[in-house]
Design a protein around this ligand. Sequence first.
Ligand SMILES: Nc1ncnc2c1ncn2[C@@H]1O[C@H](COP(=O)(O)OP(=O)(O)OP(=O)(O)O)[C@@H](O)[C@H]1O
Length: 271
Amino acid sequence: MSISARTKNVWGRDIEPEYEARSPRQRRDTPGVGIRIEGLSKSFGDVPVLHDLDLDVPAGQFLAIVGKSGCGKSTLLRLLVGLDTPTSGRISFVGADGAETEPSSRIVFQEPRLLPWASIIDNVIVGLGEGVDRRTARRKAEAALAEVQLAEKAPEWPSRLSGGQRQRAALARALVSQPGFLALDEPLGALDALTRITMQALIERVWREQGFTALFVTHDVGEAVALADRVIVLDEGRIALDIAIDHPRPRQRGAADLAEIEGRLLKGIFK
Ligand SMILES: Nc1ncnc2c1ncn2[C@@H]1O[C@H](COP(=O)(O)OP(=O)(O)OP(=O)(O)O)[C@@H](O)[C@H]1O
């Protein structure tokens, strides 16, 4: 773990340098996109929710966002995936060649939101959007289901799956288009503790294999520390803390040094 002095990144902006130096996923073939947030504000009516946020997320980074209920975590994710528009400020995405790119992003919510009248494989095919022929779509969807260890459930209806299996199907639907950026909005919040641990490992594995940039909102600080390269604490729409976590993976839950980071994050949240 370290919080380093700030230096310039590829965009000439201030960031913590080890993010660029150490990420094994920062290679030219990564689909991950860099995310650059400048002066981002969001108000609902005259109620401000996000205040003049600046944030650089390097391609392939796993960033967790924690903070008290109502601090603006979901609002930030919704702006990043284009489900809502900023009141002011700018969001841009940068490809592996350093040029600005159109984002290819997907979001996974706490509630899987599968179509109840479509089979699991057809639910995954929905994630590909228009213009993919049926055979290719099926092949890609089968691969995405295999990736989340759900291949045998391809012909089933969503109602026949457990909560964890439904969430894996939702993850496959998000991954099938090979997004450059995946937003995860408390995706494990409705799962029991054991399923949650299995899903954490699964998310970590697919992120390492696929190389997308991950933004993960969670209420569970331990989960954030176990999974993320970096954790930010949002406090009333501002970044109150920004901590890099460079411990080797997979991480030992309950390890003393991780517990120390958890303690600092909790202090930052409940100061
Ligand atoms: N569409 C909306 N219209 C009006 N207010 C909204 C809207 N969406 C969010 N808000 C308000 O913005 C604030 C931040 O909401 P947001 O959902 O981003 O918080 P959060 O940190 O994700 O909370 P939680 O952890 O409880 O999910 C809250 O006060 C919420 O009531």
